[in-house]
Design a protein around this ligand. Structure first.
Ligand SMILES: C[S@@+](CC[C@H](N)C(=O)[O-])C[C@H]1O[C@@H](n2cnc3c(N)ncnc32)[C@H](O)[C@@H]1O
Length: 391
């Protein structure tokens, strides 16, 4: 039966993060007290104690998920996976038959090339073990399981063979869902990606910030939450609250510490201005800002970015203009980019512009030279977060 018990004082974890934000997320995890932090591809490895792991769920803005490692073992095929999973934890404690679970899998190992099949193998190992022990098994619940397990298979080509890492997912659902966004404009950014893009600009909450094509306002809402010290995880439940080693007192302590970071809503902030041409989408931005508790910090206006008048600067402009993914759209969008370039050069001298581009030909129409080009994946689209100093 089970041989290991995850050690709450030495959690080895993996933060799953948007591609391109690995370094920024590593910095965030370090600032929140993690150690042995190292960026990987689409992920950051870290160590923390249980309090630190709770803190990440409440305060980290960039990760999608925070996985807590249960066990790591060599995996040369499906039998290794089956046996390794059965030995990975004290399942009598972590998964008695009355609890529900789900398994997600990523990566490959010999004979395990399909993540759906690998996940099934983990599930079978666990329910077989339960039947042997208790003559009863847990149900799988894909939507709201008591225990969300994550299997990662990796290193298939390496000399030592593949490794299986079995982890618990502390959030259950993706952390980008802060809960403030019922309404979605056209192609909204995920909240954690928006927070990461703001982090990359280095905006410190002291200078003006503006998004002249703000859509449903995600960049500005995340920026305002950051500046007002609003912890992203305070308003939602987490899977870790149902774990057998959940420590309610420690959780409460971390919740109180996270809540105490918030500045009073009327705290003075620099202007944070958004412009959106579509009245319906602007209404969504207003709705989302209100739900996030930052409406008073934002100045959201309906208008055309070509008419944008910046507040007294210098400051930072951020934007995510339409890319024109569909055929025929690009030609129609070129004038918008050309006009945007003209507008910032005419009116935003001394500011810096950060623009998320999914189409290099369109950004050419800005007729500006980027001083930084940070590769970012936005929902699978290969983008660049481009930085321009406006002279
Ligand atoms: C890709 S979306 C921005 C999404 C936004 N970052 C979010 O998270 O919701 C681009 C937005 O630019 C707006 N837009 C397009 N042309 C515009 C213009 N000339 N002036 C102002 N907004 C414009 C569109 O209506 C759309 O909402």
């Amino acid at each position: 039966m089970g041989i290991t018990e995850p050690n709450a004082n030495q959690i080895s974890g993996i933060a799953v993060v948007p591609p391109g934000l690995e370094d920024a997320a590593a910095a965030e995890l370090t600032a929140l007290g993690c150690h042995a932090v190292s960026p990987l591809r689409r992920a950051v490895r870290f160590q923390s104690d249980l309090a630190g792991y709770y803190r990440l769920h409440l305060q980290a803005r960039l990760p999608f998920r925070l996985l807590r490692e249960l066990a790591q073992f060599p995996c040369r095929g499906r039998d290794d996976l089956y046996d390794g999973v059965q030995r990975a934890a004290d399942w009598a404690r972590w998964l008695p038959p009355g609890t529900t679970f789900r398994v997600d899998a990523t990566g490959t190992a010999p004979g395990l090339n399909h993540s759906h099949y690998s996940a099934l193998q983990v599930k079978n190992a666990l329910v077989d073990l339960q039947r042997q022990q208790w003559g009863a098994r847990s149900s799988v619940d894909l939507d709201d399981p008591d225990l969300a397990l994550h299997l990662h298979l990796g290193g298939a080509g390496s000399r030592d063979g593949s490794t299986a890492t079995l982890s618990l997912d502390g959030s259950g659902g993706s952390l980008h869902r802060r809960g403030y966004r019922a309404a979605m404009g056209l192609a909204p950014l995920k909240e954690n990606l928006a927070a990461g893009l703001i982090a990359l600009t280095g905006w410190d909450g002291r200078m003006p910030l503006a998004d002249p094509l703000c859509g449903s306002g995600t960049l500005l809402i995340e920026a305002a939450c950051l500046a007002l010290g609003k912890a992203p995880g305070l308003g939602r439940p987490f899977a870790l609250e149902r774990w057998p080693d959940f420590d309610p007192q420690l959780w409460q302590q971390e919740r109180e510490a996270a809540a105490a970071l918030a500045l009073p809503p009327e705290s003075p902030l620099p202007p944070i201005v958004g412009v959106e041409q579509d009245a319906g989408i602007l209404e969504q931005a207003r709705h989302n800002a209100k739900a996030a508790g930052v409406a008073a910090a934002l100045d959201l206006r309906q208008g055309d970015c070509r008419d944008f008048e910046p507040p007294p600067g210098p400051g930072i402009l951020v934007c995510n203009p339409p890319y024109g993914e569909r055929l025929g759209e690009q030609g129609a969008l070129e004038p918008l980019y050309a006009d945007l370039g003209r507008m910032v050069k005419e009116r935003c001298s001394g500011w810096s512009l950060w623009l998320l581009s999914g189409n290099p030909e369109l950004t050419g129409a800005l007729k500006m030279k980027a001083s930084r080009r940070i590769p970012i994946s936005n929902g699978g689209i290969d983008c660049r977060w481009l930085h321009y100093e406006i002279r």
